[in-house]
Design a protein around this ligand. Structure first.
Ligand code: SF4
Length: 380
């Protein structure tokens, strides 16, 4: 009964996986949303929704892993494979900083790419340190656990030494990409060459031990069951109990276009997750992940309107302005064309909150953006 679970939530007690399963099965979405919003207000009582000024940069699309859910990668040797020259990366950051201003660490670069067999640790140390030295305004929120595991493997170094060296070269924090669903049977179906559940967790565990902050993600709506999602939440909550190193949780649904998995309707659920499923998922996540402070809206995949509604389902942050996005766009979803800072602030205000700029660590940023310097959103 949702009333029994609500009593636990209001009493500040932790809910169980079984409770979370009951919440998933509760069809009155509005009731679920009210409970999740109450939990959100315990963490962030102000009527404020934050956002981050950031840009995704995909430094290479070359990847040998060939995940079946991915439309972004190009296999090694492909004519369409690329590695961005450093100068092109710097030019993209110049554009971001012109828009976001000069406050230290106030703009976020989310730099991720494929698992490119030609790029070893020295490439990353050189690139990260050059960005750090040129752009003190930028927080380097880069490299998924999957990439880091591969860099360590290629460079024949232990994981902790690899992360420590990347950190010393300028890597500030690590995004949660690559988690997908933290269950090895699911991973075997959607991307069997990818790292194992325990490896993804270990990257974040090591980073937290080094004092770095990371985010956690979940990509749902493909072959997994609700039980798999709950198992995923449980693993994240346990890891967060260890050191509290996750700053936020972000979830989005599988985008099937141009992917091998999407072309195989018998292997996956066969239809994209609905708005109802998304709101239910963020609400249950907010209630179960009681040791996470921030939950981000997923406007790139859900579109502006569901992202806006999610602000009453436990979400307290609109995510990044994302001046550039290529990965989700490659899979046929391109809400980046609909979104700009003005639109984001309007959506937040219209939902009854004040928009507030923050940095990657969720500290408030007072510097206003220079809208006149805004480059056009880029997605290919
Ligand atoms: S999801 Fe990442 S690891 Fe998998 S194929 Fe795409 S780029 Fe490679």
């Amino acid at each position: 009964m949702i009333t029994d679970i609500a009593d636990k939530v209001y009493a500040g007690q932790r809910i169980t996986i079984e409770d979370a399963g009951c919440l998933y099965a509760h069809h009155n979405l509005a009731e679920l949303g009210m409970l999740a919003h109450w939990a959100r207000l315990q963490k962030y009582p102000e009527q404020v929704v934050t956002y981050n000024v950031g840009r995704n940069i995909n430094y290479t699309n070359v990847c040998w892993v060939k995940c079946d859910f991915c439309a972004f990668y190009r296999a090694p040797g492909s004519d369409e494979g690329y590695v961005l020259p450093h100068e092109q990366i710097f030019a993209k950051i110049d554009e971001l900083v012109a828009f976001g201003g000069d406050e230290p660490k106030s703009c976020e670069i989310l730099m991720q790419g494929g698992l490119n067999p030609k790029l070893r640790l020295d490439y990353y140390e050189d690139l990260l340190s050059q960005i750090r030295d040129r752009f003190p305004q930028v927080q380097l929120h880069c490299l998924s656990a999957t990439e880091i595991i591969y860099i360590a493997h290629l460079s024949k170094l232990p994981l902790d030494e690899t992360i420590r060296r990347l950190h010393e070269a300028g890597l500030d924090s690590i995004p949660g990409a690559g988690a997908e669903i933290l269950n090895d049977e699911v991973r075997d179906i959607i991307g069997f060459r990818k790292d194992r559940t325990e490896q993804w967790l270990e990257v974040h565990r090591v980073a937290h031990a080094l004092g770095m902050r990371t985010t956690a993600t979940m990509m749902y709506g493909h072959v997994e069951t609700v039980e798999h999602r709950l198992e995923h939440f449980d693993l994240l909550r346990k890891l967060q109990d260890e050191r509290g190193g996750f700053t936020a949780f972000i979830t989005w649904n599988f985008q099937p276009d141009h992917t091998d998995l999407g072309a195989d309707a018998e292997r996956w659920h066969g239809a994209k997750a609905t708005g109802y499923d998304h709101l239910r998922t963020v609400a249950v996540a907010r209630l179960f992940l009681d040791n996470f402070d921030s939950f981000q809206a997923s406007w790139v995949t859900q579109g502006p309107k569901i992202a806006q509604v999610s602000l009453r389902y436990g979400v307290n942050d609109f995510g990044s302005t994302m001046l550039e996005e290529n990965v989700v766009s490659a899979a046929g979803t391109s809400h980046t064309t609909e979104m700009n800072l003005g639109m984001m602030e309007r959506l937040i205000r219209d939902a009854g909150f004040d928009p507030q700029r923050r940095n990657t660590r969720y500290d408030r940023v007072a510097t206003p953006c220079r809208i006149d310097a805004l480059p056009k959103p880029v997605h290919s």
